[in-house]
Ligand binder design. Structure first.
Ligand code: ADP
Length: 491
C-alpha cells in the first residue's frame, strides 16, 4: 500500500510531544511491513534541520488556492532517519511557519487549515494518489473534508482517510472565514451539526468533528480511551458524534520505540541489563543516587515521577506521592516541568522545602538523558494521571524493569495490570493500579508496592521481570494499522 501521513509533528525533526513520536514510529513500522510511506509536514523555521538528510527542493512552484487568490509555496524533500518527508514552505505575508515556535499563535486554526489545503493540493498536482491518507489530531482534521468535498471530484476519489485523535482537548474551532479561505464555501451546509457545526457553539465549525464525520476510519490512542471519549467527559463534547459513528471508531494502543528505549543498549545509562541480567540494574540505581546527591542507603526503594507537571497528570497526587514515599521509608526522584507558571512555582517551593532531605530530589526542567537514567535506576514509577489517552512513561518503565504504579485510566488501564487484583494470569501482572483520584487510593497502591519491595524482594523482582516481558513495541499496533488501512482501502 501507499500511505501518506499528514501531521504537524514528526520526531525528531519537529517534535513537541507524543504526537511526533507516534508519527515517526508508526511510519517506520508500516514501512518495515513493506508499504510505501511518505510524511508531509510544514516547513517550520525552528525545526531540527540537523536531523534532515539531503534536504532539497522537490516542487518549486506550488500555487495553493486560498480565498480568491493563490499562495506561492515551495515543497522540500529530505530523509528523517530514513523516513521520506516533504516540507511545505508557503511564501505569504502571514509567515505561517516562520515564527520561531511550532504552536501558540492566535491564528492557529488558519495556519493548519492552510497546511492541510496545501498538502492536498501538492498531492493533487504531483499525481500522488495514496491508498490511505493518515491524518493526526485537529491540525490536519480538515483533510478528509477537503478530500471528499473538493479533491475526490478531481481524480482523488480512490484515496481513503484514517484519522487518529491523540488529544480530544484541542479540536480546532473556527468561524466562517476558514470555509471561504479553503474553498469549501457554503456556510449553511458546513455549519449543519451533522457535518462540521460545533455542538456547543452555533457560530463555529469544529475541525475534529469534521474528521470524525468524513474519515473512513477514526482511531484514538488506546482502547480504554476510546471508551472514555464516548462515555465520559474526556471526549470533550465529541461523545455524541463518536456515538453516531461508533462503527468506524476504535482505540489502537500506541507503540514504544524499542530501539531508543532499550536497557541493553541505551547510551545514556551506565550499566546495561535485560531480564536475565536484572542484577545490573542496581548499578544504575547507585549511579542515579550519586548524580542526584541521594543517600546511598541500599535498603530503600527508589520511586520516581517523570513527565509534564500538568493538571492532566494529577499534580496533587504527584505531590502527595512524594510525602507518602518518604513517610513509608522510600526515596523519591521527580523530573518534570510545566508551562504553567503557578504549577512550576509550586514545585520550586516544594523543592526548597525538601532541599535538605537526603532521600528526595526534585529536578524541575527537561532533561532527556536524566529521564533515561531515572527509568533505569528507579524501582518504581508513579503515574497518577486524571486522564491519559495512552501514556508512554509507564511503557518505558516496564521496558526498564521499573514497576509502574498507575491510576486506572486510558492507556494506563490497557498496559498495567495490578499484581494483587488484576483479572489476568499472574505472569501478565506487571504493576500496581488504583482507581480513585484521592490520596487514600494512591497510598494504598504505593504502600502495597513498597511493602512487597521490603518483605518479598524476590517477588518484587519477578514482578519487574513480568513487565520486561511485555511487548509494547510498534509490532502489534503496526499490524493493527496495516489491517485497518487494508480494510478501508476496500470500502
Ligand atoms: P505526554 O505526551 O502527555 O506528555 P507521555 O507519557 O505520552 O505524556 O510522553 C511523555 C514523554 O516525554 C516520555 O518519553 C517522557 O520520558 C518524556 N518527558 C516528559 N517530561 C520530561 C522531562 N521533564 N524530561 C525528560 N523527558 C520528559
Amino acid at each position: 500500500m501507499y500511505i501518506v501521513m499528514l501531521a504537524s509533528e514528526c520526531a525528531p525533526v519537529a517534535k513537541v510531544g507524543g504526537l511526533g513520536d507516534v508519527v515517526f514510529g508508526l511510519s517506520r513500522e508500516i514501512e518495515i511491513r513493506g508499504n510505501a510511506v511518505e510524511i508531509i509536514l510544514p516547513k517550520y523555521d525552528c525545526m531540527r534541520y540537523d536531523q534532515i538528510w539531503g534536504l532539497q527542493i522537490s516542487y518549486q512552484d506550488l500555487w495553493v488556492p486560498w480565498f480568491n487568490y493563490f499562495v506561492h509555496c515551495t515543497v522540500w524533500f529530505g530523509f528523517v532517519h530514513g523516513r521520506k518527508c516533504f516540507f511545505i514552505e508557503p511564501h505569504s505575508p502571514e509567515n505561517f511557519f516562520n515564527r520561531g515556535a511550532y504552536y501558540g499563535f492566535p491564528d492557529e486554526h488558519l495556519r493548519f487549515a492552510f497546511f492541510t489545503k496545501a498538502a492536498l493540493e501538492f498531492m493533487f498536482k504531483t499525481g500522488k494518489r495514496p491508498d490511505v491518507i493518515h491524518t493526526h489530531d485537529w491540525q490536519t482534521a480538515l483533510a478528509p473534508v477537503l478530500l471528499y468535498e473538493i479533491y475526490a471530484a478531481h481524480g482523488m476519489g480512490n484515496c481513503r482517510v484514517c484519522h487518529t485523535i491523540h488529544n480530544f482537548k484541542h479540536q480546532g474551532i473556527a468561524g466562517e472565514n476558514v470555509l471561504w479561505l479553503t474553498g469549501l464555501g457554503r456556510p449553511p451546509y458546513y455549519f449543519d451539526r451533522q457535518r462540521l457545526g460545533d455542538d456547543f457553539n452555533p457560530t463555529a465549525i469544529n475541525y475534529m468533528k469534521g474528521a470524525i464525520v468524513y474519515s473512513n476510519f477514526v482511531t484514538t490512542v488506546s482502547p480504554r480511551h476510546a471508551w472514555e471519549a464516548r462515555h465520559t467527559e474526556w471526549g470533550y463534547g465529541l461523545g455524541h458524534t463518536l456515538y453516531v459513528y461508533q462503527n468506524k471508531f476504535r482505540g489502537i494502543l500506541n507503540g514504544l520505540d524499542y530501539d531508543m528505549w532499550n536497557p541493553m543498549s541505551d547510551p545514556a545509562i551506565p550499566s546495561h541489563y535485560d531480564a536475565e541480567t536484572f542484577d545490573k540494574k542496581r548499578e544504575n540505581k547507585r549511579a542515579l543516587r550519586e548524580r542526584l546527591w541521594l543517600r546511598q542507603a541500599d535498603e530503600k526503594p527508589l520511586i520516581a515521577y517523570v513527565g509534564r507537571l500538568d493538571m492532566q497528570k494529577g499534580v496533587g497526587l504527584i505531590r502527595h506521592a512524594i510525602f507518602r514515599a518518604l513517610h513509608k521509608g522510600a526515596q523519591f526522584v521527580l523530573l518534570g516541568s510545566s508551562p504553567e507558571l503557578g504549577i512550576n512555582a509550586d514545585f520550586w517551593r516544594l523543592k526548597h522545602e525538601l532541599n535538605d532531605n537526603p532521600d528526595c530530589h526534585l529536578e524541575i526542567g527537561y532533561d532527556e538523558d536524566l529521564a533515561h537514567q531515572i527509568y533505569a535506576g528507579a524501582d518504581m514509577l508513579v503515574v497518577p494521571s486524571l486522564f491519559e489517552p495512552c501514556g508512554l512513561t509507564q511503557m518505558i518503565a516496564l521496558r526498564y524493569g521499573t514497576v509502574p504504579i498507575v491510576r486506572w485510566v486510558g492507556g494506563l488501564a490497557d498496559t498495567v495490570f495490578d499484581r494483587d487484583y488484576a483479572d489476568c494470569p499472574v505472569e501478565r501482572r506487571n504493576g500496581y493500579v488504583f482507581h480513585q483520584s484521592d490520596h487514600l487510593a494512591i497510598e494504598s497502591a504505593m504502600d502495597r508496592a513498597i511493602a512487597l519491595w521490603y518483605v518479598e524482594p524476590e517477588e518484587f523482582v519477578a514482578l519487574a521481570r513480568n513487565g520486561m516481558a511485555c511487548d509494547y513495541s510498534w509490532n502489534r499496533p503496526g499490524a493493527e494499522y496495516q489491517e485497518l488501512y487494508d480494510y478501508i482501502r476496500h470500502k
